[in-house]
Design a protein around this ligand. Structure first.
Ligand code: HEM
Length: 182
C-alpha cells in the first residue's frame, strides 16, 4: 500500500480522534514510532493492522472505518491528482473512468502505486457498476470515495453492494445509482 495512503490515514485519525491518537494506534498495531514516507510503498498487512486496531479501539467495524476514510480522501485526491479528472465530469463520469483514465495513469506516473483492479461500466445513463477485486479487500474505500465524489459535485447516489469479497465472494459488484437530492 502506497505511503500517500498511510499519510492520509494518519491525517484522518488525527483529525477525528486527536493528535495523540495516531501514536496510540501505531503502538496498538505493534509498530510504535513508525514513519511512512509518501514516496515509498509498504506492506498491505501494515494498513490492515492499523485499520483492525482502529476498529478495536473505537468499536467501529473496519468496513465502516474504510468507507469513512474513503470519503475523507476525496478532497486530497483532487489536490494531488486533479489533472486526471476532466472538468466536465461529475460523480458517475469519475466512477466510469476510475480504472481507464485514473488508476492507469496513477500507475504510469508512479510504478510503486498498485491501485486495485476495477472494471467500471456505465450500466444505465444513471448508473455505474464497478467490479472490484483486490487482495486488500478494501471495498469500503471504493464506496467511501464514491460518496465523497457525490458530495464534491453536490449530487446524491444510492449504493447496492450485494456481492462482496467480505462475504466470501471472489469479487465485489458495487452499483452506484444517481438519485435526486433528498
Ligand atoms: C479521484 C481519483 C482517484 C485517484 C487519484 C486514485 C488513486 C489511488 C491510489 C494512489 C491508490 C493507492 C494505491 C496503492 O496503495 O498502491 C488508490 C487505492 C484505491 N482506490 Fe483509487 N483513485 C481514485 C479514484 C478511485 C475510485 C473512483 C475508486 C472506486 C470507486 C477507487 C478505488 C480505490 C480503492 C478501493 C483503493 C484501495 C486499495 C485496494 O483496494 O486495493 N479509486 N487509489
Amino acid at each position: 500500500m502506497h505511503g500517500i495512503i498511510f499519510q492520509e490515514l494518519q491525517q484522518y485519525v488525527e483529525t477525528n480522534l486527536g493528535n495523540d491518537a495516531w501514536d496510540a494506534l501505531l503502538k496498538g498495531a505493534g509498530m510504535p514510532g513508525r514513519v511512512f514516507m509518501p514516496t515509498q510503498a509498504y506492506p498491505d498487512e501494515d494498513a490492515l493492522a492499523l485499520v483492525t486496531t482502529a476498529s478495536n479501539i473505537t468499536g467501529n467495524p473496519a468496513p465502516a472505518i474504510l468507507e469513512d476514510f474513503g470519503k475523507y480522501l476525496v478532497p486530497d485526491l483532487y489536490k494531488l491528482f486533479g489533472m486526471l479528472i476532466r472538468t466536465e465530469w461529475k460523480t458517475l463520469d469519475v466512477l466510469e473512468n476510475a480504472e481507464r483514465s485514473i488508476h492507469t495513469a496513477v500507475k504510469a506516473k508512479d510504478p510503486k502505486a498498485q491501485p486495485p483492479s476495477l472494471s467500471c461500466i456505465r450500466t444505465a445513463p444513471d448508473e455505474v457498476t464497478i467490479d472490484y477485486r483486490s487482495p486488500r479487500k478494501m471495498c469500503g474505500v471504493a464506496v467511501g470515495i464514491a460518496k465523497g465524489l457525490a458530495e464534491h459535485y453536490g449530487e446524491s447516489i444510492e449504493v447496492t453492494h450485494d456481492v462482496c469479497m467480505l462475504k466470501g465472494d471472489p469479487n465485489c459488484v458495487i452499483k452506484f445509482k444517481l438519485v435526486p437530492i433528498p
